[in-house]
Design a binder for this molecule. Structure first.
Ligand code: TYC
Length: 101
């Protein structure tokens, strides 16, 4: 019938799930210069100078620090890129990834 609204009685449950996010962790070591860590955090993770200094000092004092969270492929690519950049410069600096709860 014209002008009649048909109401759907069954509820539709969304089938899509939010993709899991992964943390990129910065790990402390005794050899990489602080300024180099800050440079990598700025170049690869786009942290500002003050954000990079805070993250670097937290890892330096506590052993590790979360840099940022991303979808899995982005987290893994950035962690590998940052670790490689350090290796190319002769530093043992490491970045790791782990899923968020
Ligand atoms: N601990 C290093 C030093 O004293 C600096 C450093 C900080 C290295 C944080 C790694 O994730 C790191 N030169």
């Amino acid at each position: 019938m014209a002008g009649t609204t048909v109401e759907r009685k069954t509820s539709v449950t969304p089938k899509v799930e939010r993709p899991k996010l992964y943390k990129v962790l910065l790990l402390n070591d005794d050899y990489t210069p602080r300024e180099f860590v800050v440079l990598v955090l700025h170049a690869v993770f786009r942290l500002s100078g003050s954000q990079a200094s805070t993250v670097m000092m937290t890892a330096h004092q506590k052993g590790s620090c979360v840099v940022s969270v991303y979808p899995r492929d982005v987290a893994e690519t950035k962690a590998a890129e940052a670790t490689d950049l350090a290796k190319q410069n002769g530093y043992p600096l490491l970045f790791a990834t782990e899923p968020e709860e």
